[in-house]
Design a protein around this ligand. Sequence first.
Ligand SMILES: [Zn+2]
Length: 420
Amino acid sequence: MTTMTIRTALRRSLLPALLVAMGCGDAGSGKPPTRNGDAGVAVITAERVLDGTGRVLEGHGVVVRDGRIAAVAPRADLPAEGRRYHFPGGAILPGLIDTHVHLTWHFGPDGRLARGAPPDTTALHGLENGLRMLRAGFTTVQSLGSRLDGPIRDAIERGTVPGPRILTSMGQLSASTGGPEELVAAIDELAVAGADAIKIFASESIRVGGGPTLSQEALDAACGRARDHGLRTLVHAHGPESASRASRAGCTTIEHGALLDQETLDLLAANGTFYDPNTDLIFANYFENRDRYLGIGNYTEEGFAAMESGRVRAMETFRMALATEGLRIVFGTDAVAGAHGQNAREAVARAEQGGQEAVAVITGMTSLAAESLGLGEEIGTLAEGFAPDLIVVEGNPAESLDALFQVRFVMRDGRVHHAE
Ligand SMILES: [Zn+2]
């Protein structure tokens, strides 16, 4: 909770009261259902519970009461009262978290990547993308991110339009922002505008080599200023130099890092810097939608060739990262146009191609991801006192992450959004 901004904390404490005042039912209000029938106690049972910290609890269920998880207990010990949701053959997990998406990216009427679409059109696409991800079991996403993410986040939090919990940087800073002074001023402005985190480009795109673009001095100033505001910093850094500078500056998370070496990975682990590799979905989605991107910006033939080799390198780096002791690897996909709702493909790739244990992949997309967002006491774990963000999938994801594509039930903050 320490890194949560005051504004976010206020929103969290006021929102449930506001929803009740508005007559919106939720599992914890104790009021009769007024719209979607989710009021009162809810008891969710399935074959097993994966609690998000690596534990697999056979024959357990989850009790939601008073807007919180009241218990995770053996089925025999669950209360008889309340609304029942039972999924034989299923698994209950914390709502999934994607720490790196681009909410508003979409294809235009011509089927090509939309650039410069009107804000109203763009915002509606952002809402649709949010809903796609919520239905795919992602109850929290961090969008890094455009200014329009803020109103979308706030619209969803008003409680009528369903969507995931959204954290957003509301923009991105880079060398073109200016030097240390301009970066600090831009961060002050984003903090006032309501950003949940700060996104900083410290290296080039992998399509043009990934070299460093910000000095140590600039990163020290930027990540320091963000910390003063209680804001986390997500740093786009492909190569060792840019990532090392960000880690030395005390920035929170390295995004991408496809070209990192062992020395840099060790530095991240030693400094407690989170690492958010985007190993597969980002590349797969670009290749599958090549015609929709090619010829726009740096999506050139050369750029696509760089991504072909970058994809191989990213997975090699990921394997190195897995073997790096103490390195905290979180789950982010860098979902852009075409990828929203397919976020779990990244999880499957991390297990099947990278060799990460399925349960460890899930920890990276639940409790560890929540910790990296400064929400480790609030979401990402199924235990008493946490917010009721949970999903049920068919099958056993501890054995095969393909189960993540069979989402049967989504509860976000105690409200049922999707049940089959
Ligand atoms: Zn990104």
